[in-house]
Write a protein that binds this ligand. Sequence first.
Ligand SMILES: Cc1cc2nc3c(=O)[nH]c(=O)nc-3n(C[C@H](O)[C@H](O)[C@H](O)COP(=O)(O)O)c2cc1C
Length: 360
Amino acid sequence: MTSSFANRIGIEHPLIQAPMAGSTTPALVAAVSNAGGLGSLGAGYLEPAAILEQAEEIRRLSDRPYAIGLFVLPDEFDADMKAVAQAREQLDALMAREGLEVRTGLPARWAPRFSDQFAALCEARPAVASFAFGVISPVQMRELHQREIHVVGTATTADEALAWADAGADSVCVQGAEAGGHRGTFLHDAEDAMIGLFALVPLAVRALAQHAPKVPVIASGGIMDGCGMLAAEVLGASASQLGTAFLACPECSAAEPWKRDLLDASEHQITTIRGFSGRAARGLRNRFVEAMPEAVAGLPYPVLNALTAPLRRAAAAAGRGDLLSEWCGQAASLARPQPAAELVARLMHEYRLARRMPVT
Ligand SMILES: Cc1cc2nc3c(=O)[nH]c(=O)nc-3n(C[C@H](O)[C@H](O)[C@H](O)COP(=O)(O)O)c2cc1C
């Protein structure tokens, strides 16, 4: 199989299991990497010590290349505390109405400090570092390259792909509108950057061919099987990054009701939501989304994300998928619940069949 991305990283398959903050585990990452794909740890919500701990666990389970994914954010955030108080009141009332004891709390910090997470990533030294929500600084890019870490930047438009190429990224992962989880958009309003993957891959490939021809494009958003991977390749992508397809794996830490609900979801129930985190993200329109308090509307990420974190944890513990952030891509019901290594083998079998390659 020829894929400039796979060759550069030293992996067998042009297949990446997406970093999914809050849902990936060392077991999932290692299983995908051991099966010849690239497993990715979604570390956006992890404190530096947890990043190092989980990286060590991955290393214990696999000696193959793997990735760590972070959200590029400022180290400090200002919050409008009057708006926070109002949102807390309404969120707490919603939980009370739904019969959950939990209430919002004020965390010591709204999110882990990005620069500390970045330092932990450098120390862990994975083969690949993947970033979303923004572009890293030239100094940070140099630090990664000095450690021979391959940098993947997430883009939702061709302009964002160019911004990452200008910043020195080694690959660009384009995220189509179909994609589950948070939008990586950083140059535009999220609503203006909902480009379908069939449009986005060739747009990004053309833009990069003119400005940075050596930078491979990775396709993500709605890819659920080997045919989808081949389609992305035909459009010009060098590899496919799948998130939702891996959410249903037993090694994934998504709550059980969420795993069940995504298999039953119709595509028209999967929508763009801001009310859990303050940032546009794709997931299931469930009870929480329907009943979302008005006061949360103005709160930005990561302030709202921090406020709803205890509520989401309690909802998961109570088996209340309808009150959870059930992130998933548009083709969620095509997910196949099976161990990650089997899923990788199945995806590659489908890919080879579709490509009319000898099936192993
Ligand atoms: C539950 C969930 C969490 C995600 N978290 C991250 C993340 O931490 N970092 C990131 O770059 N992308 C994240 N994504 C987006 C994926 O990288 C990818 O764009 C998306 O999963 C592709 O669409 P698909 O889910 O239809 O396969 C997440 C996606 C999901 C479903």
